[in-house]
Design a protein around this ligand. Structure first.
Ligand code: P6P
Length: 333
C-alpha cells in the first residue's frame, strides 16, 4: 500500500486472510484514532490550557490521577459512543466495564488512556494503549467475564505515542504498521508496513534503581549485559529507560531491544507493575506480530488466562534472542 495512505483508506483496502476488515471494526478504529488526534492536540497544549498536574483524585489502581489522565479517559469514552459495533469499554481509570449503548455489539475495547503519566509534566513522550476483543455473545448483556480473554484472541491492538511525532502503531493480526499524524490534514498517514523487530540486540530497558529487589534470573541477565564484551555475552550493551511503556516499546519496535518490568520483592504479592489486559497484552500482540517475543518470565503472556480486569503481570518483551535467554534463566531456577 503506498506510503502516506490515510488510515481510513488503509482500513478500507486492508485484506485480512483474503477478506476485508469488517465495517464495524473499521468504524471503531477510525473513531478511536480520531479521538487520539484530539487528545494529541490537548497534550501539545499542556500548561497553556491548564491541564498539567494532578487532578487530586485516585483511580482504581490507587494511583493519583493527573488531569490529563482524566481528560484522556473521558475523551476516549465519548469518542466511541456512536460506534454501533461496540458493546463495552474497560479502562485503567475505572473499576468496572462501561456498557456502550445497550451493551450489545461485536467488539470490546480496552485501553490505558494515557500511559506514562508521570512524564506529562516534564514533557516526555506518553501514549494511549488499546486492545480490541470480540464479545463472546454479542447480544447478551455485558459482563466483566466477557473481557477476560487471553491476549492471543485480540482482533486488534495498538498504541498512539504523543512524542516528537504523534505516531500510531497497529496490528489486526497480519503484521504491524505505523502511521504518523499529519498536522495539515489531521489524519494518520502510513509511514511503514510490516515492522520487524531484530532477533538480536545490544540494548536493554529496565528501571535499574530496582536492581536489589529483582529475582535472580533478571539480575543474572542484566549483570551479563553490564559485563559487556569481556563477559559471557561477548558484546557491549546500551541501556534506556523512559519510564513510559509506550515510548520504550516504540523504540523496541523501531530498532530492537528488550524491555523489562519484572516482578520484584518490593511487594512480593504483586506479580508485577504493568497491567495484563490493557498494557502487556496489546503491547505483546504488537511485539509478537513484529517477530519478537513476550513473557512473564516463564509463560508466554498472550497465552495467559486473565482472572481479573486490572490484574498485573511481570513483563519481558522484545528481541527474540534476549527474551528466550530470559526464559531460559527463569526455567533454570
Ligand atoms: P517506574 C508508567 O507509569 C508505567 O506504567 C509504564 O508506562 C512504565 O514503563 C512504568 O510505569 C515506569 O515505572 O517504576 O520506572 O516509574
Amino acid at each position: 500500500m503506498p506510503l502516506k495512505t490515510p488510515f481510513r483508506q488503509y482500513l478500507g483496502q486492508l485484506q485480512l486472510a483474503g477478506a476485508s476488515v469488517p465495517p464495524g471494526l473499521q468504524d471503531l478504529l477510525v473513531s478511536l484514532t480520531n479521538t487520539c488526534v484530539t487528545l494529541s492536540d490537548e497534550v501539545a497544549q499542556g500548561a497553556l490550557i491548564g491541564i498539567l498536574g494532578s487532578a487530586g483524585t485516585g483511580n482504581v489502581q490507587g494511583e493519583v490521577q493527573q488531569k490529563l489522565d482524566v481528560i484522556a479517559n473521558d475523551l476516549l469514552i465519548a469518542g466511541v459512543q456512536s460506534c454501533q459495533s461496540l458493546a463495552g469499554i474497560a479502562s485503567e481509570e475505572i473499576e468496572d466495564p462501561l456498557p456502550v449503548g445497550k451493551g450489545v455489539g461485536d467488539y470490546l475495547l480496552l485501553f490505558d488512556p494515557l500511559d506514562g503519566s508521570s512524564n506529562i509534566d516534564v514533557n516526555v513522550s506518553i501514549g494511549t494503549i488499546f486492545s480490541i476483543l470480540k464479545k463472546p455473545n454479542p447480544n447478551a448483556p455485558l459482563t466483566t467475564a466477557d473481557f477476560l480473554q487471553a491476549g492471543r484472541t485480540q482482533v486488534a491492538a495498538g498504541y498512539v505515542v504523543y512524542g516528537p511525532q504523534t505516531t500510531l502503531a497497529i496490528s489486526l493480526g497480519e503484521g504491524v504498521d505505523l502511521f504518523t499524524l499529519d498536522a495539515v490534514s489531521g489524519e494518520f498517514l502510513l509511514i511503514k508496513q510490516g515492522v520487524q523487530i531484530s532477533e538480536s540486540t545490544r540494548e536493554f530497558a529496565i528501571n535499574m534503581s530496582n536492581m536489589r529487589h529483582w529475582a535472580a534470573p533478571v539480575k543474572r541477565y542484566v549483570d551479563e549485559c553490564l559485563a559487556g564484551s569481556g563477559g559471557v555475552r561477548q558484546k557491549d550493551f546500551n541501556m534506556r529507560w523512559i519510564a513510559s511503556m509506550v515510548a520504550d516499546v516504540h523504540r523496541v519496535l523501531s530498532r530492537g531491544g528488550v524491555f523489562m518490568y519484572p516482578w520484584d520483592q518490593r511487594d512480593p504479592k504483586k506479580p508485577g507493575k504493568l497491567r495484563l489486559m490493557y498494557e502487556a497484552n496489546p503491547m505483546g500482540f504488537l511485539v509478537e506480530q513484529a517477530g519478537g517475543a513476550v513473557i512473564n518470565g516463564v509463560d508466554t503472556i498472550l497465552d495467559l488466562q486473565p482472572q481479573g480486569l486490572h490484574e498485573r503481570v511481570s513483563v519481558m518483551l522484545g528481541s527474540k534472542e534476549e527474551v528466550n535467554l530470559l526464559r531460559q534463566y527463569h526455567a533454570a531456577t
